[in-house]
Design a protein around this ligand. Structure first.
Ligand code: PLP
Length: 355
């Protein structure tokens, strides 16, 4: 008999339904590949890569660039396989048996899984009725439970909710455990908490190349924190955990990040345009978003999702996830893709209006 670690079979599975979508709006990815000028540089660099050597200078170059751009030291940066690996290691380091971790609900579904994987006690902090983040209540929850790790997602996935910097600082000031701010979508929001790090050395910022920088396939993320924290977390990675191909691609993308500004602007303006249009459809609640996706609540969300699936449009439906019943999250695609999604959603809603 196979004797695996107890509890694994009960772990929730990260389930995104994938098929050959005509229009893929279900994973908050960027719907454009590398800008051609970036691609040229990437291809040139890959052709000169020392595949026979373990990665080293390539990652150093990326870490130094990131440090310089935030005016912090190289030792304040850790790079990993997506911010997923960063988050997993943070739960591993600060969680564990008899350690409590607090994270918002609804939020990124992986927090619960990392808490379980690290044998931590999970405390899901409920966001308000309209998914707003109540900083005061969050502080109470963290402090009353004597939590070892507190996580927030700013702006929040899957609700799109902006969390004001003042609220983040309010929390930082009043809790004294490790405080992670997951900024996976910060480029669409613009108000990073990185500036708070110098004042609050228990803060950790997690970032990714997967969303605004369209590099989901390369799996690169990073964290910024005080050296006391990076020194500890740096010890739990496998040797050479970030492969050299991803490292050079991210290095070039970061060097050329100004090339992405028009795209990011396009995605945020698409988000605003789509939010406005969707709000005109009867029966739909459209939550305010400061990300590259929009959360909708609609009584016939399950049927709408099925309708969209049948015509090859993939969106994220949340089934019966806590606090997300009848919710659909739609990532922004190109203008054309968004128009096609909207046309289909409008047709469905108009057909079912008043039923
Ligand atoms: C997508 C996402 C991540 C993980 O991104 P990686 O691809 O692993 O870098 C982390 N947090 C949130 C909230 C996300 O939406």
């Amino acid at each position: 008999m196979l004797k695996y670690r107890t509890g694994i079979e009960k772990l929730p599975v990260y389930d995104v339904i994938e098929r050959d979508w005509n229009i893929k709006l279900n994973a908050n990815e960027c719907n454009m590949n590398l800008p051609p000028i970036v691609e040229d540089r990437v291809m040139g660099r890959l052709s000169r890569l020392a595949f026979n050597r373990y990665p080293n200078t390539e990652l150093e170059s990326l870490a130094e660039q990131i440090a310089a751009s935030f005016s912090v030291e190289r030792n304040n940066i850790l790079i990993a396989n997506g911010s997923s690996e960063i988050l997993e290691k943070l739960f591993f380091c600060f969680g564990g048996r008899n350690h409590k971790v607090v994270y918002p609900q609804p939020s990124f579904s992986m927090y619960k899984i990392y808490a379980a994987l690290s044998n931590s006690s999970s405390i899901a902090f409920d966001l308000d009725e309209d998914y707003r983040f109540n900083a005061e209540k969050f502080v109470e929850t963290v402090n009353e439970n004597k939590a070892h790790l507190a996580v927030i997602c700013a702006p929040n996935n899957p609700t799109g909710t902006h969390i004001p910097l003042a609220d983040i600082e309010y929390v930082a000031k009043r809790i004294n455990c490790a405080f992670v701010v997951d900024e996976a979508y910060i480029e669409f929001d613009g108000q990073s908490a990185v500036g708070l790090l110098a004042q609050y050395p228990h803060m950790i910022i997690a970032r990714t190349f997967s969303k605004a920088y369209g590099l989901a396939g390369a799996r690169v993320g990073y964290m910024l924190a005080a050296t006391k924290i990076t020194d500890i977390v740096g010890r739990v990675f496998m040797p050479y955990h970030v492969n050299v191909i991803s490292a050079v691609v991210a290095d070039i993308v970061y060097q050329m990040r100004h090339e992405y500004e028009p795209r990011i602007a396009m995605m945020t303006s698409e988000r605003d345009r789509m939010s406005e249009q969707l709000r005109k459809l009867p029966g739909l609640t459209v939550y305010p978003s400061s990300t590259n996706f929009i959360l909708l609540k609609y009584a016939k969300a399950v049927q709408l999702n099925e309708y969209l699936m049948n015509i090859g449009i993939g969106v994220r439906s949340f089934g019966n996830a806590p606090r997300l019943d009848n919710c659909i999250r739609v990532s922004m695609g190109t203008r054309q893709e968004n128009d096609s999604f909207f046309k289909a959603a409008k047709e469905f809603v108009e057909q079912h209006d008043g039923e």
